[in-house]
Design a protein around this ligand. Sequence first.
Ligand SMILES: [Zn+2]
Length: 86
Amino acid sequence: MVIEPVDPRRCQAEWTQYNAFVMGGNVYQRRRCENPAAWVVTETEPDERGERGAMSLCDECKQRCIEEMGDRPMEFVEIVGGQVYA
Ligand SMILES: [Zn+2]
C-alpha cells in the first residue's frame, strides 16, 4: 500500500457504493468523497511497518471515522484556510 500525500482541499475518504445497474461489471464501486476537507486525521501510533497513516476528511467523514475506528489511536487537526495547523 502506498501512503498518499494529504490533500488539504478535498476529503480523501472513499466509500464503497452499491450500484444495482452496472451490467456485467462490479456493482460495488469506490467513490471518493466530494466534500472539501476540514480535518487531517493522523494515526498516533505506527503500524506493523512503522508507518503512520494520515488523510484529510470533511466533517461528515470525520464523524464516520470516529464511529468506525474510534478504538484506534488517532488525532484530528483542523484545516483552516487550506493550511494545516498542528
Ligand atoms: Zn468526506
